[in-house]
Design a protein around this ligand. Structure first.
Ligand SMILES: C[S@@+](CC[C@H](N)C(=O)[O-])C[C@H]1O[C@@H](n2cnc3c(N)ncnc32)[C@H](O)[C@@H]1O
Ligand SMILES: [Zn+2]
Length: 272
């Protein structure tokens, strides 16, 4: 059964053949890859909102090289720790992209936990659903999540946008919010190739209203890259990809071996 609800009238969905139908007869086709598209056409600001195919395929290829495996492991370890006493749990990876961290959670958490992923990019969700079959994926906006109030035991948000009021609405009392944001030295060695003076990322560590921060972890490690293709994928999945002009790219590729710092800020909040 899908945990997602009708985005138009917020009633439960029921599966009939390859369609999910709500009490008011709104129909949503289940794509052949198994995901649901619950993004109302009038909620789209562009024809294809969210990350595009180039960014998603670069992210998929880079993540496949396990450069961010320490982050995936740490996130799963923390969720496991906080949900250790739970028999059942409903979890959402908000802005899940092509599903790398969602799948890591599904692989490392008890199998009766329900793992769900949501992203506004249809390409991202298609990649995710095609590869990871035991996860419920849907195309929807993080600003209007098609899930019932107080339905989540944990919400994971890794480099993705969200709305404080939605976080408050979705997470159960005593439930958890885990966020990952870039810490000051993240990808420093790439950014110093672009900017004359690299501004270390400013950190905003304030808890969303109605939540208390219960943990903060700084995950910092050196990524050793020997393959130009992996380096290129890492660059192409970042927002500063377009700042690498041809000359800067050639200079960088001439180096043959790259040591790049990864610096993540992981925070866990608990709802009051
Ligand atoms: C930097 S990516 C991170 C993806 C994934 N969490 C990861 O770390 O691999 C940000 C993601 O947020 C998605 N996104 C952007 N705006 C969104 C919105 N309004 N609602 C849901 N997802 C959104 C993008 O499509 C993209 O997949
Ligand atoms: Zn409906």
């Amino acid at each position: 059964m899908t945990p997602f609800i009708c985005p138009l009238c917020q009633t439960k969905l029921q599966r009939i053949h390859n369609t999910q139908i709500c009490a008011n007869n709104h129909h949503f086709d289940i794509a052949k890859e198994g995901y649901l598209n619950l993004l109302p056409v009038n909620a789209k600001n562009s024809k294809n909102p969210g990350d595009n195919k180039e960014m998603i395929s670069a992210r998929r290829a880079f993540l496949n090289s396990d450069g961010y495996l320490p982050l995936a492991e740490k996130v799963s370890e923390l969720v496991n720790e906080y949900l250790a006493d739970y028999d059942q749990a409903e979890i959402l990876d908000l802005g899940c992209g092509e599903g790398y961290y969602t799948a890591s959670l599904a692989a490392r958490l008890p199998e009766q936990f329900m793992i769900n992923g949501l992203d506004i990019s249809k390409v991202a969700i298609r990649y995710a659903a095609k590869r990871y079959k035991n996860i419920n994926f849907c195309v929807a906006s993080a600003y209007d999540v098609p899930l019932a109030d107080n339905s989540l035991d944990a919400l994971i948000r890794i480099y993705a946008p969200s709305l404080e009021s939605e976080l408050q609405r979705l997470i159960k009392s005593n439930g958890y919010l885990l966020t990952v944001t870039p810490a000051p030295r993240h990808l420093f060695q790439l950014r110093e190739k672009i900017y004359l003076q690299v501004n270390e990322h400013a950190e905003d560590n304030s808890a969303p209203c109605g939540f208390n921060k219960i943990k903060q972890v700084n995950l910092n490690y050196l990524l050793n890259i020997d393959s130009p293709a992996i380096l290129q994928n890492l660059i192409n999945m970042t927002p500063f990809a377009w700042k690498f002009n041809e000359q800067k790219m050639l200079d960088l590729l001439a180096e043959k071996h790259w040591e790049i710092e990864c610096d993540f800020n992981i925070e866990v909040y608990q709802k009051e």
